[in-house]
Design a protein around this ligand. Structure first.
Ligand code: NAP
Ligand code: F7E
Length: 361
């Protein structure tokens, strides 16, 4: 009898980690996930699999080298999916040093620990379209597009990207970068723009919120659906040859357009007036202001325009995005209409949450 495949996932409690764990369990793997200690259990996204007989969680942290050594030696995985990160770009401007500790050095620590325990495992690194910087005229971005990162998050991920390539070349490791463009789902953290918009549309439709405050409406993103993107991660590790691949849909919309798509799901057609910080989105039928720009959400430096050229991944992996932004907005709003899992009844809207947290999220 051949042994079951064993995977280790860092960041298993996150959006992608939870979908990936479900995918690998469905494929028959033993799945081990690293979770860090939090003041509250962060297993909400893992509810469906927490008691699965082939799913095990371990305390660990990518800033704690000894925990990584211990876990690699104890678990002995054949595939490692490194997804743990301080993944919020705006927050990385507030905690740049910490973001580098986790995202840059965390990746180095893990790769080095694999080498030191002499583990023959395939390694996937959660690289990002943020590496490209999104300057006008560089889209669609592909594997050969120059890397010009524009945030502490992105520079920390650039370090991780190059460390993976260096370890691959220096030590012959099967280490790959999946350069993923934005991917979303009902499990997306509520301070990312898609979830913030779809949740607000649902709350406004229920009469629980008056208005949504957003930052830069002109930014352009290539949004796909997270469960499809974790399939690409798995496919990358099934290849005998490691690689660096762009994963995205090839389509892109502004934040303003995503808001229009999401509000349309609850029957609100947005009409825009004003410019910059004075721009407003009104319900065309009632005239009520439903979207306002709040400079608290502007970033010190912005990644303006991202759109993937995913043709190499399509050829290499046979992978193609199936759910595009309009369908994504629909499924996320529909989910938020029935699940108000993050409700903060004492807070009027998201800007209040952000102000209380003194952040620009
Ligand atoms: P996410 O929802 O923010 O999840 C991040 C995960 O990392 C969580 O499980 C978090 O644990 C864990 N984590 C954070 N710091 C850690 C530490 N010091 N030690 C151990 N675990 C730690 O992110 P995601 O959207 O799933 O993204 C997954 C990965 O892909 C990240 O590396 C992200 O940078 C990258 N990426 C994401 C996208 C996207 O559009 N989603 C695109 C490109 C790349 P807690 O639950 O305890 O917070
Ligand atoms: O912002 C603009 C904001 O925070 C998207 C992470 O998964 O994808 C994600 O990073 C855009 C930006 O995602 C608000 O300025 C406007 O231009 O949803 P986001 P992100 O920064 O693109 C990449 C690929 C990753 O790797 C990251 O880990 O939306 N925007 N108004 C806003 N953004 C937020 N968060 N909140 C607003 O109110």
């Amino acid at each position: 009898m051949t042994a079951r495949k064993k995977a280790l996932i860092t960041g298993v409690s996150g959006q992608d980690g939870s979908y990936l764990a479900e995918l690998l369990l469905a494929k028959g793997y033993d799945v081990h996930g690293i979770v860090r200690r939090n003041s509250e259990f962060t297993s909400r996204r893992l509810d469906r699999i927490l008691f699965h007989e082939r799913f095990t969680t371990h305390y660990g942290d990518v800033v704690d080298t000894s925990s990584l050594h211990t876990l690699l030696a104890r678990v002995g995985p054949s595939e490692i999916y490194h997804l743990a990160a301080q993944s919020h770009v705006a927050v990385s401007f507030s905690v740049p040093d910490y973001s580098a500790q986790v995202n840059a050095l965390g990746t180095l620590r893990l790769l080095n620990a694999i080498r030191e325990v002499d583990l023959k495992a395939r390694f996937y690194q959660a690289s990002t379209s943020e590496l490209f910087g999104g300057l006008r005229g560089t889209e669609p971005q592909h594997e050969g597009t120059p890397l010009t990162p524009r945030s502490p998050y992105s520079t920390s991920k650039l370090f991780g990207y190059w460390t993976v390539r260096n370890y691959r070349e220096a030590y012959g490791m099967h280490a790959s970068n999946g350069i993923l463009f934005n991917h979303e789902s009902p499990r997306r953290g509520r301070n990312f723009v898609t979830k913030k918009i779809t949740q607000a549309a649902a709350r406004i439709a229920r009469g629980e919120q008056e208005m949504l405050r957003l930052g830069n409406l002109d930014a352009v993103r290539d949004w796909g659906y997270a469960p499809e993107y974790v399939e690409a991660m798995w496919l990358i590790l099934q290849r005998d040859v490691p690689c660096d691949l762009v994963i995205g849909t090839g389509t892109a919309y502004t934040i303003r357009q995503f808001a229009e798509m999401a509000f349309a799901v609850v029957g609100i057609e947005l009409g825009w007036s004003g410019q910059g910080a004075d721009e407003r989105g009104r319900d065309r039928r009632t005239g009520a202001v439903r979207v306002a720009v709040d400079p608290v959400y502007f970033r010190p430096l912005e990644t303006e325009r991202l759109r993937a050229d995913p043709r190499l991944a399509e050829r290499t992996l046979g992978w193609r995005a199936r759910t595009l932004a309009p369908a994504l907005a629909r499924l996320m709003v529909r989910y938020d209409i029935v699940h108000d899992e993050f409700g903060f009844p004492d807070l009027v809207d998201d800007a209040d949450v952000a102000r209380r947290m003194e952040g620009r999220t």
